[in-house]
Design a protein around this ligand. Structure first.
Ligand code: ADP
Ligand code: MG
Length: 250
């Protein structure tokens, strides 16, 4: 589903991603761990067409991110094409980014109607099904400000799922939550993983990574230092940097 080969990204001449290789298989959960500033969010933003990488090859579902091949030449996608590609990828942020002036139900229907072209009725039916799935079917008339952080994050997940994405990206989805609210959000994510959704999750929740991830990548200073099965990467890390990182977060 995602194939990165030597992906490089710089900001103002400073390389933030220094040649990242990553492979995400369809239906699998990939956890991305690493210290603050290592480039985790930047990598997700490149995968999601929010940033353009400077070098290397990045493919999502076989297609080059930001380009299309016509004959033997690559052409940059225009804004409309980029938006269409982005709509196929769900993204959940640390700060839930819900539309504050819309109700919970409207938050989950608006993209379906405006981007996917669903009818009002179909959008509501889909939204109610998804709100039930994340345990919030009794909150559809509430506004985001009336919900806890954990509930808002579950609405954000339902909103992303309403677009029927083929890939879901999570950027530290539980980092802004009070500890007692983390569990419900992780449960929703585990349920999603069990349903076969392809997911890339940036997280500091090592238990989640150990239990749910098929593969863990450790990113440090823009380089993948180590990757593999969570049971080996998290339990018997070979890189000194990963050993040091784990000793701080565990
Ligand atoms: P992480 O998510 O692992 O904490 P980021 O991908 O957010 O790391 O950031 C990696 C590095 O890139 C940091 O040094 C950050 O300051 C820098 N960076 C991120 N976004 C921008 C930007 N839009 N402009 C300039 N520098 C940025
Ligand atoms: Mg980040």
């Amino acid at each position: 589903m995602v194939e990165a080969r030597g992906v490089v990204k710089s900001y103002a001449g400073i390389e933030v991603l220094k040649g990242v290789d990553l492979t995400v298989t369809r239906g699998e959960v990939t956890c991305l761990i690493g210290p603050s500033g290592s480039g985790k969010s930047t990598l997700l933003r490149c995968i999601n067409h929010l940033e353009k990488h400077d070098a290397g090859e990045l493919r999502v579902d076989g297609a080059l991110v930001g380009y299309e091949a016509r004959g033997h030449k690559l052409h940059e996608l225009n804004d409309k094409q980029i938006c269409a590609e982005r709509a196929k990828i769900g993204m959940v942020f640390q700060r839930f980014n819900l539309f504050q002036h819309l109700t919970v139900l409207e938050n989950v229907t608006v993209g379906q109607v405006k981007v996917k072209g669903s009818s009002d009725e179909a959008a509501k039916a889909m939204a109610r099904k998804l709100l039930a799935r994340v345990g919030l079917d009794d909150k559809e008339k509430n506004y985001p400000s009336q919900l806890s952080g954990g509930q808002q994050q579950r609405v954000a997940i339902a909103r992303a799922l309403a677009m029927e994405p083929k890939l879901m990206l999570f950027d530290e989805p539980t980092s802004a939550l009070d500890p007692e609210l983390v569990g419900d959000v992780l449960e929703v994510m585990k349920d999603l993983a069990r349903s076969g959704m392809t997911m890339i999750v940036v997280t500091h929740e090592m238990n989640f990574a150990r239990e749910v991830a098929n593969t863990v990548y450790f990113l440090d200073s823009g380089v993948i230092e180590e990757s593999g099965d969570p049971r080996s990467v998290l339990v018997n890390p070979t890189s000194v940097r990963l050993q040091s990182f784990l000793s701080k977060v565990l």
